[in-house]
Design a protein around this ligand. Sequence first.
Ligand code: PLP
Length: 501
Amino acid sequence: MSKAVRGHSLTLLREPGVGRGVPLYRRLYERIRDGVLAGALPPGTRLPAARTLAEEEGVSRNTVEAALGRLRAEGFVVRRVGAGTWVSDEIPLRRLQRAATGLGNGEGARTRWALLSARGRRVAEANPGPNEPPGLIFAASGSGLDEVSLKTWNRIVRRRARERSLELLGPPPPAGLPALRKAVATYLHMDRGVRCTADRVVIVNSTQQAVDLAARLLLDPGDAVWLEDPGYVAARRALVAAGARPVPVPVDDEGIDVGAGRSVAPDARLAYVTPSHQYPLGVPLSLARRLALVAWARRANAWIVEDDYDSELRYVGRPLAPLQGIDDSGRVIYVGTFNKVLFPAVRAAYLVLPDALVEPFERAKALSDGFTSPFVQAVLADFIDEGHFSAHLRGLRGLCQARRDAFLAAASALLPAHATLGPAEAGLHVALHLPGRTDDDRIARRAVRAGLSLPSLSAQSMEAPVRGLLLHYGHVSAEEMDAAVEATARVLEEEGCSHDP
Ligand SMILES: Cc1ncc(COP(=O)(O)O)c(C=O)c1O
């Protein structure tokens, strides 16, 4: 899916002295061309509409048309009437290489892309980079710590800092400080029903690092991997960057359709799944499907990466037992994170591995970044061991449930009836489904302009786009919820989504 460049400025045009004497159209043409050659406007990037460009640059529409016409003629962009202008996916490689070495055009244009190996390009291209400005309402990430937990956290930080312990100056074992591995194992065993002992826990910085390590250790280029469709884009990117062949497997109201996966790619090497709270649709994986998934992995000798990213936050009934707890064949790699329920910068997550994988993961972790900060690990171990983590989770659950209730009340009053909400029994977000032909990407772009983060469901889909938006209500206070939902309703209205189709 293309990415718009709205918000990025192409406006050197107006700077005094820049390109004086060069026609305006040519200055605009060169600016965009150089952006493409330097990799700042990667293939597939959508350019602003000609009208918008003309307004932003303070030039006439004819000037913009002349510049875009030349860019198209030279193959830098493709234009489709009524649809827009994109940076071409097929910029000739020689052009990029000439630009990279500064040869050929004499203007010193560089590109990062052409300097990379084929594998390097795959890695870099798998991640299109940040695509949202910070500070948007309904943004996915934020701190889960309230004042009380933050005070406790800081108290432990000060205490640990006073100790001046050499152990905390590092290096600790790459798999993590023994104290934290033990604390995590006890917590997971007691509270989450995960089968685990401390020596099977490996501490990493994030779920993302866990998936990246799993991809690099367990897959060869071209190996098929089942991915929930729609699913978590960041995990897909790590797997694709490692050379995996993504196989989209549809998700229905029982979670990933294991039968469909078996029929399209029975011999896949790995399945990445979010069974407790499917991301993004929010459905839990049914027991029948859990059993079928584990049975398939056993028969196919495949791995299951179980991303249990927010199962601590369940508002209805008891937390669901993890897949890992029903797997007797050691095929499940369980992944959890502190980055969501504590705060993103804590950079602490964990894998629970089958015995035989512990050492390879430890080695790979050491290779990729050495180890996770021992100081943070020690603080976190204390936070868990002294009971503050459980207390924090109880408080967070109450807070997020109140936010969820406020969100649901506001949504039923303010959002159009044909926009239906997915399950909201857990987690920090809910999917808002929109009718079949809605251009949800366009709505998402308009939302950003209105200060809202409402990622489209299409952007998380692979094969059969599900239309709708994701609303991360978890970081919006109950008092601000009505205004946030009202702003969402306005965006929908402006996009013609306010009444039944
Ligand atoms: C499905 C899913 N998994 C994991 C995470 C957390 O990732 P990390 O630990 O990499 O910060 C998120 C965060 O939004 C998520 O949506």
